[in-house]
Design a protein around this ligand. Structure first.
Ligand code: ACM
Length: 267
């Protein structure tokens, strides 16, 4: 199957502009893609300075305009899309990721491990780490979602892998420079594909400023880097992957990464 990431620079607090950018960028895709992963908080940007600001940049799932745009793109291109989204649910905000199917179905993951000032705006995710089956000409493939800073907690990727994820889709707004290398380890220790879709650019808001590190990355279950992005570039990188490879958990004939776990010593 063909999997891809989209790396770009969202505009802070301007959903319309972000919808336009996503529509234009995906409109340029000429190949058939089965799965496209986009960055964290793609609808809203990242660097909020107040809860009100974050609230007005958010939208409800599935009724919001950003969700509807992704549904249209997923249907038109017959592909699955995973994207970060600033989600409003009643009076709460979540830093979420959605899996949008070509038939319009939307599954939601709410970020488990919030980073730094995200804790001021967002509620900690309550969805848990779940695995979804995506189906079609690709057969049946299991996909899990985690968001950015979740990578620091190996339990997140491990939980998804133990639940059968063959691909971990990882929308990100990375500010630290370690993750892109660490995803090699997340992929190898779980023998899964990882697709980290990061954003680029600098965001300024009042006296705050953040630089995002780009370099989106796709790693296969054996640790091969299938794609890695530029620091500042806007790009969609498409690679061929074989999700069957992620079903083989044997590192040697005598070592299975799941069967060899000694859980009695892990507490
Ligand atoms: C992050 O979790 N956005 C650093």
């Amino acid at each position: 199957m063909k999997a891809a990431y989209l790396q770009f620079q969202p505009v802070l607090n301007d959903t319309e502009a972000n919808i336009k950018q996503i529509a234009e960028l995906t409109g340029k895709i000429t190949e058939n893609i089965d799965l496209l992963v986009m960055p964290e908080l793609t609808n809203s940007g990242y660097l909020f300075t107040s809860l009100d600001e974050a609230m007005s940049a958010s939208e409800e799932i599935p009724g919001g305009k950003f969700c509807q745009t992704l549904q249209q793109i997923a249907s038109a291109k017959n592909m699955f899309i995973v994207s970060g989204i600033c989600e409003r649910a009643g009076d709460k905000l979540y830093n979420s990721a959605i899996l949008v199917s070509p038939d319009g179905k939307i599954d939601t993951y709410r970020k488990t491990h919030l980073f730094y000032e995200e804790k001021l705006w967002f509620h900690p995710g309550d969805s848990g780490l779940n695995v979804y089956e995506i189906t079609g000409e690709i057969g049946r493939v299991k996909i899990g979602m985690m968001i950015c800073f979740d990578w620091v907690f190996p339990e997140a990727a491990r939980t998804l892998a133990l639940k059968g994820a063959q691909i971990i889709a990882h929308p990100s707004n990375l500010v630290l420079g370690y993750c892109q290398q660490a995803m090699f380890t997340r992929a190898v220790e779980n023998r899964v594909y990882t697709i980290t879709a990061n954003r680029t650019g600098t965001e300024k808001n009042g006296d705050k400023e953040l630089y995002f590190t780009g370099k989106s990355v796709i790693v296969d279950p054996k640790g091969n880097y299938l794609a890695s992005g530029g620091v500042d570039s806007e790009e969609i990188k498409i690679v061929e992957i074989d999700p069957e490879l992620a079903l083989d958990k044997n590192i040697t004939k005598l070592n299975n990464i799941f069967d060899d776990r000694r859980t009695e010593f892990y507490r």
